[in-house]
Design a protein around this ligand. Structure first.
Ligand SMILES: [Zn+2]
Length: 496
């Protein structure tokens, strides 16, 4: 970075800081207002109080202050800083982020993700955002209502994964994993001491094992088209054996920017503005590179031996699925989501039964990450205007401004985490998912279409439109005039 750019940044930061001081003064005044005073009183009534006491020292010899319970009256320092800190700046007194070497292979040298704003860690935060993705908002409600002490320390005893996910070389390649913490499932193990010393550090990945029952697959077992092997399909009742991992997003902003091929500063500005200015440190703390965004994460379902996922000689069948609540859970027939999901599960299970591994990766990206409200608006417009494949994408674009906001570029990270380097059978027709995996260096040997008999009649519109737009098919690609002829159910055909 040139001196000129650097000094420009410093000037901008100084300006920001000055306006921050003005704001802080205003907040001071507002604090005398009864609402805030009441809130504070309420908090003091409900929440156990701390006072700061000298804690352990970190390796540099600087004292990290650990909290201890106190019996002193409420006037003493609480769980939060006495006044709300609207934002911080790199050169603020006392600001000293805990070490964070993203891409480091040794988790101790990498350092824990410290995102808590409690009084005892706000000065050593090395990440922006909050633990729990979108659920951080519900946590805020629980704290505001006094149901949850803001400084509640989770008891992590016996929460560790039942299986070992072997560390892969990809974990220490900062270009390969940019949207999740590869050590996120082992937080309690690697950062035990920090947690014991009172630092609020939490896992961002949890792994468990489960049995599942899927009605369509119960029917397949009854019909004899899916066999009981006692391992994956456990019994005649069609109980399925599965390991699953829930993963919250942890973004390394320079890596995310590089992956999306955008400028990091502008990405930060856009995140700041489009979340209602929720995270000012995206702007004021360019030194903090980690962001825990308030969005849904993903879940990986693994059928068969997870240890073979990174073995290139083991066959692997995969479906990457983006959430569609209407179809996945409630059986809406306007799209092919649940049929493809269940077909993907069935083929994944069969692969596992044949000695390979099967995997479903389920992303919380409802309605192409446009959300269900936008999705229903689009449905209405489609149904009122004559639902044809030719107009399928146009209506979404008219309303949302884009066809799709899933931006699959970040999707392959979970494959790198599991050490996957090739997929034998890819249970998806999406060219965007396919291209993202290929760009990530993951080979795809076969792409498997959804069989015609599994496509609901009303979802033909979606299927034809997608195929015409580049979705994979071994079959016929509809031309423009054919797209006009693929028509979905009209409003008048709905039963009152
Ligand atoms: Zn759907």
């Amino acid at each position: 970075m040139s001196e000129a750019v650097l000094s420009q940044i410093l000037v901008t930061l100084a300006d920001l800081k000055a306006s921050q001081q003005l704001l802080a003064d205003k907040v001071d005044k507002i604090q005398n207002d009864s609402v805030l005073a009441q809130t504070e009183h309420h908090l003091r009534q409900k929440v156990a109080h701390y006072h700061n006491s000298p804690g352990h020292s970190d390796s540099d010899g600087d004292t990290i202050v650990s909290p201890t319970f106190a019996t002193e009256p409420a006037e003493h320092i609480g769980v939060y800083t006495e006044k709300p800190v609207l934002t911080t700046y790199p050169d603020d007194e006392g600001v000293k982020p805990s070490k964070m070497n993203w891409g480091e292979s040794d988790p101790k040298a990498r350092g824990p993700i410290v995102v808590s704003r409690l009084a005892n860690s706000i000065s050593i935060r090395n990440a922006i955002g909050a633990y729990g993705g979108s659920y951080s908002i519900y946590r805020s409600l629980a704290v505001a209502m006094g149901d949850l002490p803001a400084d509640h320390k989770p008891n992590f005893e016996n929460t560790q994964p039942p299986i070992k996910i072997r560390q892969q070389p990809q974990w220490s390649d900062s270009s390969k994993i940019v949207s999740m913490d590869p050590f996120g499932h082992l937080t309690n193990e690697y950062y035990k001491q920090e947690i014991k010393d009172g630092l609020d550090v939490r896992p961002t990945i949890a792994i468990t094992r489960a049995h599942m029952l899927v009605p369509e697959l119960v029917a397949e077992v009854k019909a004899g088209t899916l066999k009981v092997d006692g391992k994956v399909v456990v019994n005649e009742a069609a109980e399925l054996n599965v390991h699953k991992a829930a993963i919250d997003p942890v973004w390394h902003l320079p890596g995310v920017a590089a992956r999306l091929n955008v400028d990091e500063d502008f990405l930060r500005r856009s995140l700041f503005e489009n979340t209602g200015g929720m995270y000012p440190e995206l702007i004021s703390r360019p030194d903090l590179k980690i962001f825990l965004p308030p969005i849904g994460g993903l879940t990986v379902y693994i059928f068969g031996n997870h240890e073979l996922l990174s073995d290139p000689n083991t066959r692997l069948t995969v479906r990457v699925h983006d959430e569609c609540n209407g179809s996945d859970v409630f059986g809406s027939d306007i799209c092919t989501c649940r049929p493809y999901l269940v077909f993907g599960m069935k083929e994944a299970i069969k692969e596992a039964q044949n000695g390979g591994v099967g995997m479903i990766v389920y992303f919380r990206k409802e309605g192409r990450a446009l959300g269900e409200v936008t999705k229903y608006l689009v449905y209405n417009a489609r149904k009122r205007e004559g639902d044809t494949a030719a107009k399928y994408f146009t209506r979404t674009e008219n309303i949302a401004g884009v066809k799709d906001m899933r931006f699959q570029a970040l999707m392959p990270d979970v494959f790198h985490w599991l050490g996957v380097t090739k997929i034998d059978r890819f249970m998806s027709m999406s060219n965007m998912k396919h291209d993202a995996l290929i760009d990530a260096g993951i080979k795809i040997l076969e792409r498997v279409e959804l069989p015609d008999e599994l496509i609901p009649v009303d979802s033909k519109v979606e299927m034809d439109a997608k195929i015409a737009a580049g979705y994979f098919t071994n079959g016929h690609i509809p031309c423009a005039s054919e797209l006009n002829k693929t028509v979905g159910r009209g409003w008048e055909e709905f039963h009152a």
